[in-house]
Design a binder for this molecule. Structure first.
Ligand SMILES: C[S@@+](CC[C@H](N)C(=O)[O-])C[C@H]1O[C@@H](n2cnc3c(N)ncnc32)[C@H](O)[C@@H]1O
Length: 266
């Protein structure tokens, strides 16, 4: 069966992923004015963008645990987007829709290039009409890694594979993509799980911002012991400037926060 994100939407891994993504996005657009060229965003594994929270979904151990958020984080764009209350049946926005909404609310023009191999995602996106008028959305049903090999100048690339059914393959493909993006000076983020059995075989380029928990959720038959965001280019510098907020979020969910330097620098 193809990977289904719906049951996982809003879990702790999503909280870390979407919090770091919006942290970087906010920094990247902070200095842009209305006359700036369109913000070019590419997402390799975009998913449906909108998820209805199921009564027994993993969000119960994720966003439900985070809200109400501590004062220190209340003004963060992720928590602004979430609102103060979520319940079963509420809608949780996925990565690219959070990005589109953030840019749309600030009237930034943007072009979003989205990729996913799942035909069900393609059908949902064809019907989707909630995009702000300042955004141009292009969806391609196909391999997101292949999109990265094409020439392009993106302001931000986000790689978010399922690591299922073959986690090792996605780790390898993310590592290859990170080296290629770094060599082209393209700013990127890539989410990855910390699995019981994943130690030591992730050889990517970039700084790693990790959330460590006894248990974050389940991926296939494996337990997640945490997750991380790999950051390259301006994304790495942005997250370095927000260590305090990242540590505050980790503490707020009873987790530990760790930064691991770019192994390819040494
Ligand atoms: C973790 S989900 C994406 C979640 C989304 N980025 C978010 O945060 O809301 C992973 C997605 O990757 C898709 N997928 C799996 N293999 C793919 C590939 N080679 N290229 C593009 N998409 C793929 C799956 O269909 C699934 O929708």
């Amino acid at each position: 069966m193809a990977y289904q994100h719906a049951r996982k939407a809003g879990n702790l891994a999503d909280v870390w992923k979407h919090f770091t993504l919006l942290t970087v996005l906010a920094d990247l657009v902070a200095d842009r004015d209305a006359a700036a060229p369109s913000f070019a965003y590419l997402e390799t594994h975009c998913g449906e963008g909108l998820y209805e929270l199921a009564p027994d979904g993993e969000w119960r151990n994720g966003v439900a645990r985070v809200l109400p958020v501590c004062k220190e984080l209340a003004d963060h764009p992720y928590f602004e987007a979430l609102g103060s209350h979520l319940a079963a049946g509420s809608v949780y926005r996925g990565s690219w829709l959070l990005v589109a909404d953030y840019l749309g609310r600030r009237r930034h023009r943007a072009s979003l290039s989205l990729h996913d191999t799942d035909p069900a995602v393609a059908r949902r996106l064809q019907l989707f009409s909630g995009i702000p008028h300042t955004q141009r959305l292009r969806f391609r049903c196909g391999d997101g890694y292949a999109a990265l090999r094409r020439c392009g100048s993106w302001d931000l690339v986000f790689i978010d594979p399922p690591y299922s059914p073959d986690a090792a393959l996605d780790y390898r493909r993310v590592a290859v993509a990170s080296r290629s993006l770094a060599s082209r000076h393209i700013t990127f983020l890539a989410w990855y799980p910390l699995l019981e059995s994943s130690h030591g075989w992730f050889t990517a380029t970039g700084v790693r911002y990790e959330l460590l928990m006894p248990r974050v959720g389940q991926l296939g038959r494996q337990s997640l012991t945490g997750c991380g965001m790999l950051a390259g280019g301006r994304a790495a510098r942005s997250l370095a400037g927000h260590r305090g907020a990242l540590a505050a979020l980790a503490t707020h969910v009873g987790a530990r926060f760790r930064v691991r330097p770019d192994a390819s620098d040494s």
